[in-house]
Design a protein. Structure first.
Length: 231
């Protein structure tokens, strides 16, 4: 079977109606929603369509390493899928059960790993407002062939996020607003795998930085980092 014939499913439910971001439905005040962001983090996978409860929600293919906006959905167990853009669902499916999505809570759903091992990776998003003068930052390791890493201040500086392995995430951490020169090191060493220069953190903002691509990749699939603003 062609390796691109896959469908990635986060089995959140089989009923209820999708309410996309910015929906003006009169029931919004009576039925608080959960929010789900979908992120394409599989370096060698093609662009995808995103479906919630079998309703397509994107007008253009979602491509690596981009993300959707937060999608407002009814709380509970939902059905979120991505499949190759423009195709119909196919025979092979990857499914897993997740905890119920809670009203008022936010989640990030990553399509991660190499396309041959594509899998859903779900994280809770703590969007508590930062204190004055602070930003909140978390790091997620989504480079399939890279070892566990430390995220540190460049040029031998202090470690900010220690020993993050593939598919793991740090907590959202308060940092002073400003411009940071960071580096990704092989965990427990001074070996630099990736430099992250001039990372600008604005006061009041909440960020996810995720390692993307392959350690041995080239071009668009090369090891790198992607920044998402969560608020």
């Amino acid at each position: 079977m062609n390796k691109f014939f896959w469908i990635f499913a986060l089995v959140f439910s089989v009923s209820s109606v999708l309410f996309t971001t910015g929906c003006d439905d009169d029931d919004d005040q009576e039925d608080p929603k959960a929010r789900v962001m979908v992120i394409h983090a599989s370096p060698d996978a093609p662009g995808v369509d995103v479906l919630v409860d079998d309703t397509k929600v994107n007008s253009a293919p979602l491509t690596f390493p981009n993300n959707s906006a937060y999608l407002d959905v009814m709380p509970g167990v939902r059905n979120v899928k991505v499949n190759v853009a423009g195709s119909n669902p196919v025979v092979t499916a990857l499914n897993f059960n997740t905890p119920n999505l809670e009203a008022g809570k936010s989640y990030s759903a990553f399509a991660g790993n190499a396309v041959a091992n594509i899998e859903p990776i779900l994280f809770n998003d703590d969007l508590t407002a930062p204190a004055q003068g602070k930003a909140h930052v978390r790091f997620i390791h989504l480079s399939p062939d890279a070892p566990a890493v430390d995220i540190a201040v460049a040029n031998g500086g202090a470690v900010v996020f220690p020993n993050v392995a593939f598919k793991e995430s740090s907590t959202f951490t308060p940092l002073n607003a400003g411009v940071y020169n960071l580096e990704v090191r092989v965990a427990g060493t001074q070996t630099v795998a990736l430099t992250l220069p001039a990372i600008t953190l604005e006061a009041g903002k909440i960020y996810t930085v995720f390692a993307k691509g392959f350690l041995a990749g080239t071009g668009a699939q090369a090891l790198g980092a992607q920044i998402i603003v969560n608020n």
